[in-house]
Design a protein around this ligand. Structure first.
Ligand code: NDP
Ligand code: ZN
Length: 176
């Protein structure tokens, strides 16, 4: 268990350094790292998830997509299991934004158990953010579209945790 704390803290420290120059899209431009930390917090406290690889993948889930971090770097620092989960939830940036969104829907049924948990936490946290600290300038229609797309993705995920699914459903109930 002690080793698990050390590994999880290493992932937090790594993600904090990688996201240090980034901000969320809310009016206060919150530090980006709040978001990956929130995922891990939701999984541990609301989802009852104690698997350290899942919590580490949650903390690292946006490093490849949104920073210069490579898959190889994650393998080297945190091992292949964690790196593979992060890879599973990383959008292909060679696709256009609309294509990426459709790809998430298409790809959802094929995710591993750990990736499903990270995806559920990510969508839950983003719905809460859109409801409570939305990206600056989003009209209600865009917020509603975001909620509906997130639900389309989540509805196609394999059922691995009724608990995390219920947490997502509660967030969806915040739809404007
Ligand atoms: P998104 O619409 O996907 O922006 C939301 C993403 O930003 C989230 O998934 C989250 O991703 C991240 N994020 C950062 N800060 C916040 C926050 N405070 N609250 C919620 N999410 C946050 O991306 P784009 O803005 O790039 O737009 C892409 C799509 O939006 C296009 O496909 C286009 O079709 C559509 N669009 C719709 C418009 C409309 O008015 N209806 C207008 C323009 C575009 P993460 O978890 O990775 O951080
Ligand atoms: Zn995210």
């Amino acid at each position: 268990m002690t080793q698990h704390y050390a590994e999880l803290l290493a992932a937090i420290s790594f993600a904090a350094a990688k996201h240090s120059k980034q901000r969320r899209k809310d009016v206060d431009a919150s530090p980006y790292i709040n978001h990956p930390l929130q995922l891990a917090h939701v999984l541990a406290t609301e989802g009852d998830v104690s698997d350290v690889a899942t919590l580490m993948a949650a903390v690292l889930h946006d490093t490849i997509e949104d920073t210069l971090t490579t898959y190889e770097e994650l393998v080297e620092n945190f091992g292949k299991t964690v790196a593979d989960v992060v890879m599973e939830v990383t959008d292909d940036k060679t696709l256009l934004k609309a294509q990426r969104k459709e790809h998430q829907v298409d790809h959802a049924p094929h995710l591993s158990e750990r990736a499903v948990l990270v995806k559920l936490a990510d969508k839950t946290c983003n719905l809460r953010d859109v409801a409570n600290s939305p990206p600056a300038g989003w009209p209600i229609e865009r917020k509603q579209e975001y909620f509906d797309w997130a639900k389309r993705v989540v509805d196609r995920l394999p059922s691995v945790s009724t608990r995390m699914r219920a947490v997502f459903d509660a967030a969806f109930a915040l739809r404007p």
